[in-house]
Design a protein around this ligand. Sequence first.
Ligand code: G6P
Length: 362
Amino acid sequence: QETDKGTYPYYMLKEIDEQPNVMRKLAQMYLQESGKTNVEPELVAAIKEADRIHIVGAGTSYHAGLVGRKLFEKLTHTPTEVHVASEFAYEKPLLGEKPFFIFLSQSGETADSREVLVNVNAENYKSLTITNVQNSTLSREATFTMLLNAGPEISVASTKAYTAQIAVEAILAKAVGMAKEQVIAEEFDLRQQLGLVATGMQAIIDEKEEIEDLAKEYFVDASRAFYIGRGIDHTVSLEAALKLKEISYVQAEGFAAGELKHGTIALIEEGTPVVGIITQDNTASLTRSNLQETLSRGAKIITIVRQALAKDDDTIVIPDVDEMITPLLSVIPAQLLAYYTSLNKGLDVDRPRNLAKSVTVE
Ligand code: G6P
């Protein structure tokens, strides 16, 4: 049964493990061999017309939106903003003539996100919900729906929904970009890339014992930790830190690598774990020097590095995929680090204190 844990000790590990298959499934569902997509033409047309895209989400879904912004801006050439759902109502941005709203919600039930959708509908703006749950509230109330098809996600800490959301955003951005005749979208072989991602995820998961060793050595006894990166790696650092906080209660912060020195580096002490995420050509050496700055203040360093940029002493090397979708791979070691930290602290991985899978109050 889909909702059965089987031989897994926790749903979270099962759901981490399912990610390669989710990637393959999404490629099959939405991408044709010819390079065309199976995205609803009316949806593509509605986004093509928009002068600005607004992505709305909470928690991990918000973090998937941060990656989505980069995909939409690169592939569709449409200015894109990302909003924390619970802030939107009070900080309502100045909307252009033709905004288009994308709601990201695993459950499709988050009250904060729904509140924004109610407002969006009142203004007659068009919207899309990207969700894992067919017929959920957000799916019923938005103009369009795209399904994640990731299978039920039971563990409170979201894993496969995050990567599925990013993959679906990439598919949609490619579809719209192609409709807008953007060369970069036409040349982006996403079907092939998602195949590489699936294999790459599997390769990382196959090395999970080594990641467990790192979790024990770096995080189990730590009171605080940092993930740092630049650009798209920064967005992953936020999700990586959230995973660790949620289930292991280590106070973790995701930080823009270059901004650390402007204050937060004061928190680095002897033995503070700092994880650097390095997947982009143009920022790799800069992030490396920011890591050095923490090292010289006593930090213990882990690196998560894309193969083409890897050096001998890097800790975790992830396979090469297109730079636009590296979060699909760089997040996997972070999910496993969080999982094993929680497990080795003897905590209930799937049911962390104070948290709910879906929050239906504002
Ligand atoms: C809760 C969960 C988070 C999740 C967030 C948004 O806070 O604990 O894991 O990211 O809600 O949920 P949604 O279903 O809208 O993606």
